[in-house]
Each structure stands twice: as C-alpha cells, then as structure tokens.
Design a protein around this ligand. Structure first.
Ligand code: FPP
Length: 247
C-alpha cells in the first residue's frame, strides 16, 4: 500500500475506534541523516516534512488532536550549532506554514517553558496561537522546551502558592484541578503515543497526561514515518483492549 492511496481513512480501520488524540516522540532524525551520509540537521529538516504530513493525515482521517515533542528541556545539552539550527527551523516552519495551516483549520498551541526561547521565535509562536485560536479542524500541540517533571513541579508550586494566599484549600486539590493547571489544560489526554527509532522510553514527555495512553514503539526512524507507518500504528492500537484499570 503506498502513501498515495491513503488520502482517506483506510477501510480496515474502524472510524468509531480511532484515537481522538495522538502524541508523537519524533526520534531518529540524526540517525536517518547519518545513514544517508548527510549532516544531522538535514534529518531534522526531513523530520519537519514527516510531521507536516502526519498533521494533514490526522485531519484527513478524522483524528481531532496531534501533539508533537519538538524539543525537550534536556535538548539544550546538544551542540550549540544543532540547538541554533532547530530554533531557526521552528521559526522558519512557522513563518512558511502558518498561512496554509490556518486555511486548513489547524489550531496551534505551544506547550513548555517558552520564556528561554529566542524572542523572535516566541513572537512567531504567539502570533500563530492568536491567529489560529478559533480554528476547529484539528488541534496541533507542539511541545518546545518541555519537560514532564518540570511541568508537574510548576503546577505544584502554583497550587501551593494559592494555598498560601488562602485562595485554595488543600482538600480542593483534585486530579481535575491539577490537570486544569497543566500546559495542556483543555486538551484531552492522548489515547495513543507513538515513539519512533526503536527507543522504548518516555523521555519526560507528558508524564501526567499519559496515565492511560496506549504506547506504540516502532523501529522506523522519524523522517521515514509516513501514512503507511501511521496506518500500522492505528491497526495495532485498534487491536488493544483499553480497560482503564477495569476488567
Ligand atoms: C529527535 O531526533 C528529534 C528532535 C530532537 C527534534 C525534532 C524536531 C523536528 C522533527 C522538527 C519539528 C518542527 C516543528 C516546528 C514542530 P534525534 O536528533 O534525537 O535523532 P537521533 O536519536 O537519531 O540522534
């Protein structure tokens, strides 16, 4: 089955049992480039194309939300040239793609500690969130300078501060209230998390949100993750029996 044949939802998938929210850890860009004898950064550039097509595919197939892990709090530890390249790439992608995404009804949201990012990138991110705020075709969440533990600590501090100022009783702290203070407030938890490149770790991604998420690992490197591979992941998802702790 070629990617061309997959413009609409493949017939062997049950539309009623599709994940409503898919999250992806896009791993293997560097290895993909190395295998082609190319610099690592070319892998990231290819990775953007893979992400763009997955976003469109989710929309075409009726999946309402896609979240992508673009840059973790740990990624600052990479060589400065690679970090700089990624920052420029994010900004360029936003500048080039915003208009089209807006036309297609994509609602964009960035989650993570955005303050340390380059100011020009912050401005583009802000602009894209404001411009697309009323779109409804698909929710596209991009995690940048994101760390799950950092997010949980941040919310804990916020709630502790509210308690200190007598705005909140400790008994009022529920899972719902906690979730309402996460970066992802208002976006449903992922039903399916996909990680490419054969690594089987969560790498500090959406730690709170994935409590009941189905996880799918594939050896495919991110730049080669296409509709055929996504179809495979969804078939595997539909074979799972989601019980949410019940029997
Ligand atoms: C992991 O591959 C990939 C990243 C750290 C960057 C992912 C970013 C993109 C694909 C660009 C997305 C763009 C936007 C605007 C959201 P790796 O470098 O860890 O690969 P390796 O494990 O083979 O070294």
């Amino acid at each position: 089955m070629t990617a061309k044949l997959l413009q609409t939802l493949p017939a062997d998938l049950d539309r009623q049992r599709l994940p409503r929210h898919v999250a992806v850890i896009m791993d293997g860009n560097g290895r993909w480039a190395k295998r082609q004898g190319l610099p690592r950064v070319i892998g990231h550039r290819q990775g953007v194309d893979a992400l763009k097509d997955l976003l469109r595919c989710c929309k075409d197939w009726g999946i309402e939300s896609l979240t992508a892990y673009a840059f973790s709090t740990e990624n600052w530890g990479r060589p400065a040239e690679e970090v700089d390249f990624l920052m420029v790439l994010f900004e360029r992608m936003l500048r080039q793609e915003l208009e089209q995404m807006h036309l297609e009804g994509v609602k964009i949201r960035f989650v993570g500690d955005l303050d340390p990012l380059p100011k020009s990138l912050q401005a583009e991110m802000h602009r894209s969130m404001v411009e697309t705020a009323d779109n409804r075709a698909i929710q596209f969440t991009v995690a940048i300078n994101y760390g799950g533990r950092h997010e949980i600590v941040k919310v804990s501090r916020q709630l502790a501060d509210m308690v200190r100022h007598n705005q909140l009783n400790p008994e009022e702290i529920t899972e719902k209230l906690f979730a309402d203070h996460l970066y992802t407030a208002g976006v449903r938890d992922p039903d399916l998390l996909i990680r490419t490149s054969g690594e089987m770790r969560l790498s500090n991604f959406l730690l709170w949100q994935i409590a009941y998420t189905e996880i799918y690992f594939t050896d495919i490197l991110w730049p080669e993750f296409n509709r055929v591979e996504f179809h495979r992941a969804l078939m595997a998802y539909q074979e799972r029996d989601r019980r949410f702790g019940k029997i």
